[in-house]
Design a binder for this molecule. Structure first.
Ligand code: GDP
Length: 295
């Protein structure tokens, strides 16, 4: 299926290595655990996460009295799935305003377009807000995606106040009784003070104006950058509130293992994953399905 296809490169690295280790294993011992840990570490899972995952696996083996190597693989799959699961599943019912954050090039515009398409396909009324007013190209690109997804867009001129765009968009969202408003934002991480002020102002407008709708702040991270994506998210987390992650370009990378460390290191759920450039190539993140595909 699509997930399997999209994760082909990650499967080439992670899954093949897992299969090799499990295939040769005879008994469950420290050597085997070390080898599994090595597979995780070399697949961009991150050192601490890898150690933690293996600890959990050992605990599971002890408490469930697993002695058969063949069953260890299932246990590993369960541990990985549990590792990525979040306590509160992402709830898309009812009106919501989604603020999308992330540096240029990570796939922010594309992800907004895909999200708009997905929600529209679910029968929701969607509006986009072009609040990355820093670059004219960003507004144009978002407009192209709005057309593609068949949704409305609220925009001002390049250089205008992003908070003013968001204000108008929230008014449109309320007046037209839309279900989802997705706001693009500028991703200038190198100018932290400006970015912080801009996001603060946008957040203030949303919080003041949205009424009963819920607000989600999603950060878009480029999966091909592996552990660096986590560093980037930390930076953003230090300047603004974040509720979840859209992890893009998993189709183009063998670094899909980064998914496992995100929850532990950032304490944020992965909500969606990008597995291609097309409008349909965004999937709701399903920890069980993901674990099933990679091991
Ligand atoms: P932005 O600057 O963050 O808005 O980035 P864009 O949305 O313009 O995307 C940058 C590039 O990444 C474009 O060429 C997209 O087609 C590509 N891209 C975005 N998401 C994905 C994905 O999930 N998979 C692949 N293969 N490419 C993607």
């Amino acid at each position: 299926d699509k997930l399997k296809e999209g994760l082909a490169k990650t499967r080439d690295s992670l899954t093949d290595k897992f299969n090799e280790v499990f295939g040769l294993a005879v008994t469950i011992d420290d050597d085997l655990y070390d080898e599994l840990e090595e597979v995780l570490i070399t697949s961009d899972v991150g050192y601490e996460t890898s150690v933690d995952i293996i600890e959990r696996l050992k605990k599971k083996v002890r408490t469930e009295h697993i002695s058969d190597v063949a069953l260890l693989k299932d246990a590993m799959r369960d541990v990985l799935a549990e590792y990525m699961e979040s306590e509160e599943p992402f709830d898309t019912t009812g009106p919501m305003v989604i603020l999308v954050i992330g540096v240029n090039g990570v796939g922010k515009t594309t992800s907004i377009g895909k999200l708009a398409h997905k929600y529209r396909a679910d029968g929701k009324k969607v509006i986009l807000a072009a609040a990355d007013t820093f670059r004219a190209a960003a507004i144009d690109q978002l407009e192209i995606w709005a057309k593609r997804a068949g949704v409305e867009i609220v925009k001002h001129q390049e250089g205008s106040d992003p908070a003013a765009v968001v204000f108008d968009a929230v008014q449109a969202f309320k007046a037209r009784k839309a279900d989802v408003l997705i706001c693009d934002t500028a991703g200038r991480l190198h100018n932290k003070k400006n970015l912080m002020n801009e996001l603060e102002k946008i957040n203030r407008v949303i919080d003041r104006e949205i009424g009963d709708a819920r607000k989600y702040s999603m950060i878009v991270l480029d999966g091909t950058t592996g552990q660096n994506a986590i560093v980037q998210a930390r930076e953003f987390k230090s300047v603004t509130n974040l509720d979840g992650i859209i992890l893009t370009k998993l189709d183009g990378t063998a670094k899909g293992g980064v998914v496992f460390s995100i929850k532990q290191t950032l304490d944020l759920p992965v909500l969606y994953i990008g597995v291609g450039e097309g409008i349909d190539d965004l999937q709701e993140f399903d920890p069980k399905a993901f674990a099933q595909v990679v091991i």
